[in-house]
Design a protein around this ligand. Sequence first.
Ligand code: ZN
Length: 117
Amino acid sequence: MSKLSLDEIKEKLLAERELLVAKLKGSDLSIDDSETPDPVDLAVRNYSKNVQLAVSENESKQLALIDEALLRIDNDEYGLCQNCEKEINPKRLAAIPWARYCLECQEMVEKGLLDEE
Ligand SMILES: [Zn+2]
């Protein structure tokens, strides 16, 4: 892979990272618990808190993937499948720059045939 496209990918990753960090910060502005709410209100609040938690869990995961990808760029290992060590299709990387696996291995992960660490 040429140097230029790696720079582009790095830029993409950093931009995506910034977005995620902003989102995660946003979901921290959580609900004010100081007043005593009625039970219905409380249930609604707990529900939306759980939803928020689930959302930030996904985003934290993606953030970790992006950090990993950036690390691989720095280590000159970018674009290699983390399972079979073959080169990941550049088109796939253009679409999902934080992809860890090649298409075949990703399919195995989705079918549960491959353990993600
Ligand atoms: Zn693979």
